[in-house]
Design a protein around this ligand. Structure first.
Ligand code: GLP
Length: 233
């Protein structure tokens, strides 16, 4: 079941997303799946400025670039430290180790998720319908895996790097099956560039060509979108 919340912009989406997060916490959520990218920043700002206490909670991030150390300024671990963890620490925060070998890291990460079942998973949406770093064509049965990024994702993420040549071409990501295990999922999307992906996610067929369409099969999904992202619904 998908519940859709329309907001006017990303700031309003941050407030709506914060309410979902705070409600889950009030209902006893212990483990939060977290996402990077520009989309969740407004939720993290609301959390940072709130009096929520996360010091006994656990977070598990979706993905990390392969080859980047946690202290690399473009790593997702660095992003999380900067936007959330340094200001609102959790008891434990897991992000895939971009420097670890793929076979051991993906196995280890699946074990972390199994040991800490995610109550609420936050997600952004890629322009091509990807979630985490699960690109179109990823099998819905996939757990944590090494992924080869598509050209469109590399280009979309190049704005964070000095130039496109510096964007890593591989990443470690929770798979679609890992994401679908979460008790509740909050996916957010803002801006016209996401409109096609939003329409395909909500109204299109459930197909591995659109990773986010898998969410139609999840029992508890909240979608927060602004008017521009909703324009093709
Ligand atoms: C990256 C991340 C995704 C994110 C997507 C969208 O590819 N791996 O988790 O959802 O970008 O990013 P943004 O929120 O900046 O549009």
């Amino acid at each position: 079941m998908m519940k859709i919340i329309r907001v006017k912009d990303q700031v309003a989406g941050g407030k709506a997303g914060f309410k979902v997060f705070a409600d889950a916490l009030a209902q006893g959520a212990q483990v939060f799946g977290l996402a990077t990218g520009s989309t969740p920043i407004s939720v993290y700002d609301e959390i940072t400025n709130s009096d929520l206490d996360l010091s006994e909670k656990t977070s598990i991030n979706l993905d990390e670039y392969k080859g980047l150390a946690a202290d690399h300024p473009q790593s997702y671990h660095y992003f999380m430290n900067e936007h959330l963890f340094s200001k609102k620490p959790f008891k434990a925060s897991y992000v895939p180790d971009g420097l670890a070998p793929a076979a051991s890291e993906t196995k280890c990460y699946d074990q972390i998720i199994a040991d800490n079942p995610i109550n609420l998973q936050l997600l952004g949406l890629g322009q091509n319908g990807h979630i985490g770093f699960n690109e179109p064509g990823t099998a819905f049965s996939t757990q944590t895996h090494e992924v080869s990024l598509t050209e469109s994702t590399i280009q979309a993420n190049a704005r964070f790097f000095a130039n496109e040549a510096e964007v890593p071409h591989f990443a470690y990501s929770m798979g679609i099956a890992s994401i679908m295990q979460a008790q509740q999922i909050l996916i957010m999307a803002y801006g016209a560039a996401k409109a096609d992906a939003v329409a395909a996610m909500i109204e299109g067929p459930v197909t591995e060509a659109v990773p986010a369409s898998a969410l139609q099969n999840h029992p508890d999904v909240i979608v927060i979108i602004d008017d521009a992202a909703a324009s093709k619904l």
